[in-house]
Design a protein around this ligand. Structure first.
Ligand code: NAD
Ligand code: WQD
Length: 342
């Protein structure tokens, strides 16, 4: 199939391009580069040994998007493009709603006009809020999000569901990611946060590589075995393969489907620090700080539905995730090195 990957220069999108091409799909990438580097594209070409058609465009720019759809005529869209910084979304809600929701609506309009009605959407475990059940199944009710970023995901799920209900020609897959970490085994592509990382693993690797002094652990008084927050960390390559599996199941009439993409295993912050140290031999000094507002104590998936229906399950363990995160960071101490990384 020909797949248009929006946000394909980003962390998860770039890894998904590799896995799509490994399965024989044709790919074209659209990215505004608002949170990524053009240097990703030649690295993808080096990994895959093939050309990766790239359009530097904003999904909100309908005219450009229409031209891209005319040129590429994709069978399906995998839609990663969006802003994702939780704290920033609290400060800039309008920008987040406009980019993530406004951008997706424009994309959907262009898709409809082009007759391309197959979409896989990057949703998030954040839609469960403080989860009502653990492990979290897809039947778990959606919760109250604690930030505008989370609401963009929750609202976009609703918008996509409504569109599919109104017109059954649409096939919509909502993938709820848990906590992606790791990187491609080549160490040439990976997560490249600008400024101070919000997420745990890039913070750990930046401490390990000497860019930051110490990890701040946000609270050790949660109701968890060691008091630190528990999450479901998943290797980004496994996550990428989840998209390929979802695509394989997409066919006329498949309608709306929702899958968690996680491992089903919960690790605490201290588990991750210790696993990282054991896997890499590099020490990660830390201090215990206050809880971070909006954090929940425990969040991990039941990954059964994706296994049952898509035949997909995560393969890589926490040691592999830590090693691959570290390989990427140590080979690229300043990310792609073409911007001020804060
Ligand atoms: P990322 O920031 O690395 O990738 C997103 C890409 O989208 C970036 O390359 C950015 O330049 C691009 N982009 C943003 N707005 C755009 C626009 N208007 N037009 C064109 N391109 C635009 O983030 P990621 O971690 O790869 O996340 C990919 C998707 O998965 C996002 O939608 C994110 O919200 C979602 N998600 C991420 C996580 C996570 O922890 N990383 C978890 C759950 C869901
Ligand atoms: C993990 C754990 C922190 C950083 C976020 C978004 C979510 C999704 C994934 C997109 C928590 C602790 C973290 C640090 C720490 N993104 N931590 N020190 O919060 O589970 O999820 O990213 O959809 O929407 O909210 O991930 O990596 O930020 O935190 O102690 O410097 O690590 O408190 O327990 P989170 P995270």
């Amino acid at each position: 199939m020909k797949i248009l990957v929006t946000g394909g220069a980003g962390f998860i999108g770039s890894h998904t391009v590799v896995e799509l091409m490994a399965e024989g799909h044709e790919v074209a990438v659209v990215d505004s580069l608002v949170n990524s580097s053009a240097l990703v594209i030649p690295r993808l070409e080096a990994i895959t040994g093939k050309a990766v058609p790239f359009y530097k465009a904003d999904i909100r720019d309908k005219e450009s998007m229409e031209k891209i759809f005319e040129a590429e005529r994709p069978d399906a869209v995998i839609h990663f493009a969006g802003l994702k910084a939780v704290g920033e979304s609290v400060r800039l809600p309008l920008e987040y709603y406009e980019n993530n929701i406004g951008g997706t609506i424009k994309l959907l309009e262009v898709m409809r006009k082009a007759g391309c009605k197959n979409i896989i959407f990057s949703s998030s475990a954040t839609v469960y809020g403080d989860p009502a059940i653990i492990p979290i199944t897809e039947e778990c009710p959606k919760g109250t999000c604690t930030n505008p970023y989370g609401w963009t995901k929750s609202m976009l799920e609703q918008i996509l569901s409504d569109i599919q209900f109104a017109d059954p020609e649409w096939n919509v897959v909502l993938l709820r990611y848990f906590n992606p970490i790791g990187a491609h085994e080549s160490g040439t592509i990976g997560e490249n946060p600008s400024g101070i990382p919000n997420n745990l693993m890039p913070y750990i690797t930046q401490v390990a590589v000497g860019r930051r002094d110490v990890l701040h652990i946000f609270g050790n008084d949660y109701d968890t075995p060691d008091g630190t927050g528990v999450r479901d960390y998943i290797h980004v390559v496994d996550l990428a393969r989840g998209h390929v599996a979802a695509l394989k199941k997409m066919e006329p009439g498949s309608g709306l489907s929702i899958y968690n993409l996680g491992t089903g295993i919960g690790y605490s912050v201290l588990d991750i620090v210790h696993s990282f140290e054991e896997a890499t031999g590099v020490k990660v000094p830390y201090v215990i700080d206050e809880r971070r507002p909006g954090d929940v104590a425990v969040c991990y998936s039941s990954a059964d539905k994706a296994h049952r229906e898509l035949g997909w399950k995560a393969e890589y363990d926490i040691t592999r995730m830590c090693r691959d995160s570290w390989r990427w960071q140590s080979m690229n101490p300043n990310g792609y090195g073409d911007e001020d990384m804060g």
